[in-house]
Design a protein around this ligand. Structure first.
Ligand code: B3K
Ligand code: ZN
Length: 873
């Protein structure tokens, strides 16, 4: 397979100003007619007279140039392209193509495909070429007109981008609808949907008084689950006006929810297509975190209308330009909607658990990658989440007002263009009169930087010496120092903020810029040696190393005014204790509970005032994956055992407190999604999970009772999880009754699979194998695959990494099966092996054997080949 390089970018030789599409839709034989108004690009750097259009899996019916049918000798067809040998260079011309595609055979879910009984499209990144031959690259922007023709009974609803410009009936029970999108767009933003759909309608009036029709299309049985998505959309539209001054531009905004979807959602102009998981919610079917994710993803896709659609990417290496920026925007939005403190912790937790692992492994790449084999493999945590951190650092360095000025200039300067990350940084510089030369390295350098901090205090003056380094990553052995904003503050002995002088100014908090490999920062006018609180709000995506004893961490956990660092101190404290226990386990010593931790948790449980969601987070133990990421050789069993030991000792020492807090916040409630109810449920269910560790009849009864009486999914699934992750005697019965209750709700059945796949009890692998045979399991439904295969391999380290290699063999078999069905999903699943170097030699041998078996598979897709071969390299 071929590698594509950023350094090889050249402008397109031709531009396509207008596209007229006609679809005669049919499950197995859809006819596509495309009329393209083409002209030579004045910026073209080539002298060739040929026009090459991308196309895959298309059956050509006919092709003409300016109305003249082309003969076989006028063009060349390959598996990936159609080349017309000679086209006019001095004037615009028209190409008409007719071709046939088979949506039903399209299990890759890219291009036009069938999901349940509806037809829908997914074109990003390069799916449009599976619909018709085209200049399928984001820097070719065209105005689209689309006419859809279909059977009226089977496909009563026919949708595409923009505004509806006509409709009518045809003979043979068919009808047509025509759509026109007034905005020029790259073809990856094209979409069509056809099916028997119902819709929920609402309206939004923009700041300038324009009325926008809002429509959410779903299958009839889901009409009662659209309210939250609709409210989220209106919230997002208002928020973007208020926060970024950005208004919606078409008269209609449509969202369609489909069952079969490779990722979360897609921001097609005026016609978002969503995975049902990020639209449908009712309190009895969706958890509080589902509600949050829906709001976040609805916001994300809406925000793309500016950061992605009005201003798009020049080429796919610039993906983070739209994704990192848009993730940052959706994070801000979600934080503003609920609790910024809680949202920030959740985001950092995910980044550190999963993106840091990516950055430390064989697939590490900069947020602006330099090479790819299959671009779909680069929709990564690095491009999205680390990309958002890079935008956040700009926000921190420039301040909210400066950042907004930079955004205003970026949108004004580049509206209607396909641009680069460089253009974004340049707009930030120009709007603020600053220079960000060194900052740009964040775009080109991969890996997670490490900061090592030493402190010295003398006569009211604190000196921090900060060293930065970054481990080598593939193709980047040497690293240069980055520009790292470090937000910090100091605490006095009584826990209050200590005032200090930095560069002549008095303050309680400062953001300093680390730019050298080693640099000293001096803070003056301190009356006593303070406790330092560094990297507040996680002001840069780095690993911080600073020597602290458990007492100091407990002090920060009690007093730090920065909500992120308070939580972080607790995580560090628990991690340190867990690593001590791991050493004890490895040396065969007996384990003992740590009183510092117990007292810290007692205080959190006693603190009645704080935000309940935040308190639940303070009680959470670091994830096993995050702990593993910090070990030289991951010891899966010891991590699990040590973490469970901490859970059990806390539950034992504080069982009365956990019970009291549980009882205080437990209510049988229908589950409305407001901050205080969500907080109550989070805190209560955190307590339930500790109490479950006791393995006592009381705790079994508590979990079972909550399960049976729950009137909302958050409580029901939390209770079921408690039942399943213990020796609760009612386990089989609860699982069974849950399935019977929810078997007609696909998204709830996904939860049922995931719960069992991520269970830490010994029978899990056998359960996973038998679930593969369950009638509700289906390899062609990505959500289902993720809920079982993905959940087991990515969120159950204990059982996936079983010493006997069963988990590895299981995953490789699934990857090989998926490779032919759906390469994108298959490649995602291979990710489970990427971290193999971090395990002991036996496991390394077992994992690499499976990776080799995958690489040697016949007809391997580019997607899987790239991930598997790079993992082995
Ligand atoms: N832009 C899409 C992702 C497309 C993934 C293609 N493999 C959704 C999003 O990030 O908003
Ligand atoms: Zn996005």
């Amino acid at each position: 397979p071929q590698t594509v390089y950023l350094k090889d970018y050249t402008p397109p030789d031709y531009l396509i100003d207008q596209v007229e599409l006609v679809f005669e839709l049919d499950e197995q034989r859809t006819l596509v007619r495309a009329g393209l108004d083409v002209r030579r690009n004045p910026d073209s750097r080539s002298a060739s007279e040929a026009l090459t259009l991308f196309g895959e899996e298309l059956l050509l019916v006919g092709i003409s140039l300016d109305g003249q049918a082309l003969a076989a000798g006028d063009y060349t067809l390959s598996d990936e392209a159609l080349t017309i040998h000679r086209v006019p260079g001095d004037r615009p011309f028209r190409i008409d193509i007719e071709n046939i595609i088979d949506p039903q055979a399209n299990t890759a879910l890219e291009g036009l495909y069938l999901s349940s009984s509806m037809l829908c499209t997914q074109c990003e990144a390069q799916g449009f070429r599976k619909i018709t031959w085209f200049l399928d690259r984001p820097d070719v922007m065209s105005r689209f007109t689309t006419k859809l023709i279909a059977d009226k009974t089977q496909y009563p609803v026919l949708l595409s981008n923009g505004n509806k410009i006509g409709a009518g009936n045809l003979d043979g029970g068919r009808h047509w609808v025509a759509w026109q999108d007034p905005f020029a767009k790259p073809c990856y933003l094209f979409a069509l949907v056809a099916g028997q759909l119902e819709y929920v309608a609402d309206e939004f009036t923009t700041v300038s008084g324009r009325r926008i029709a809002l429509e959410i299309f779903v299958e009839a049985h889901n009409v009662d689950k659209c309210g939250h998505a609709m409210q989220s959309l209106k919230n997002a539209m208002r928020w973007d006006e208020e926060t970024y001054g950005l208004e919606y531009d078409l008269d209609l905004y449509m969202i369609v929810a489909v069952d079969h979807f490779n990722m979360g959602a897609m921001e097609n102009k005026g016609l978002n297509v969503f995975n049902t998981k990020f639209v449908l919610a009712r309190p009895d079917t969706a958890t509080d975190s589902d509600y949050e994710h829906i709001e976040g993803v609805i916001g994300h896709e809406y925000f793309h209308n500016w950061s992605g659609n009005r201003v798009t990417c020049r080429d796919w290496f610039q993906l983070s330009l739209k994704e990192g920026f848009t993730v940052f925007r959706d994070q801000q939005f979600s934080g503003d909607r609920s609790s910024p403190a809680v949202k920030r912790i959740e985001d950092v937790n995910m980044l550190r658990t999963r993106q840091f692992a990516e950055d430390a492994g064989p697939l590490a790449h900069p947020i602006r990658p330099e090479a790819y084999i299959e671009i779909n493999n680069f929709y990564t945590l690095t491009v999205y989440e680390k990309g958002a951190e890079v935008v956040r650092m700009l926000h921190t360095l420039l301040g909210a007002a400066g950042f907004r000025q930079g955004c205003d200039l970026y949108f004004k300067r580049h509206d209607g263009q396909a641009v680069t990350c460089e253009d974004f940084v340049k707009a930030m510089e120009d709007a603020n009169g600053v220079e960000l030369t060194q900052f740009r390295r964040w775009y080109s350098q991969a890996g997670t930087p490490v900061l090592e901090v030493e402190q010295a205090f003398d006569a009211g003056r604190l000196t921090l010496t900060v060293k930065q380094s970054c481990p080598p990553t593939p193709n980047q052995p040497e690293k240069l120092p980055l520009h790292v904003p470090i937000k910090l503050g100091f605490l006095a002995a009584d826990g209050s903020p200590a005032r200090f002088q930095y560069r002549g100014e008095f303050c309680e908090e400062a953001t300093v810029s680390l730019t050298e490999a080693e640099q000293r920062f001096v803070f003056e006018s301190l009356t006593e040696k303070p406790i330092v609180s560094l990297l507040r709000g996680f002001s840069a995506p780095v690993t911080l190393k600073i020597d602290r004893d458990p007492e100091e961490l407990a002090f920060l956990l009690s007093y730090d005014s920065d909500t992120f660092n308070r939580w972080e101190a607790g995580q560090q404290l628990v991690s340190r204790i867990i690593f001590g226990l791991i050493a004890d386990i490895q040396a065969g010593r007996t384990l003992t509970a740590n009183p510092v931790l117990t007292e810290a948790f007692r205080a959190i449980l006693a603190d009645a005032g704080a935000d309940l969601s935040y308190r639940a987070l303070l009680l959470s133990l670091p994830d096993e994956g995050y702990l593993g990421g910090q070990m030289a050789v991951v010891d899966v069993e010891a991590i699990h055992q040590a973490r469970e030991f901490v859970r059990l000792s806390l539950a034992t020492a504080l069982s009365a407190e956990f019970q009291r807090v549980y009882a205080e916040h437990h209510q049988d409630e229908s589950g409305c999604f407001d901050a205080s109810a969500v907080g109550r449920r989070r805190l209560k269910n955190a307590c339930l999970s500790y109490l479950t560790a006791l393995e006592k009849p009381d705790s079994y009864a508590l979990a079972e009772t909550q399960f049976r009486s729950a009137r909302n999914m958050t409580d029901q699934i939390a209770a079921l999880s408690a039942v399943v992750n213990s020796r609760n005697p009612t386990k089989a019965d609860c699982l069974d009754s849950f399935y019977r209750q929810w078997q007609r709700e696909a998204l709830v059945v996904d939860k049922w699979f995931t719960l069992q796949a991520t269970c830490h009890m010994p029978e899990t692998f056998a359960t996973v194998q038998s679930l593969m045979q369950h009638p509700a399991f289906d390899m062609k439904t990505p959500n289902r695959v993720r809920s079982l295969v993905g959940a087991f391999s990515q969120s159950n380290p204990l059982h996936f990494h079983a010493r006997n290699g069963d988990g590895y063999r299981f995953l490789a078999d699934r990857v090989i099966e998926l490779n032919t069905l759906n390469p994108q999903i298959a490649a995602r699943m291979v990710g489970g092996f990427a971290q193999w170097r971090r395990y002991d030699t036996d496991r390394q041998a077992l994992m690499t054997r499976e990776l080799r078996r995958i690489v040697e598979t016949e007809h391997l897709s580019k997607d899987v080949y790239e991930i598997a071969s790079k993992s082995l390299a």
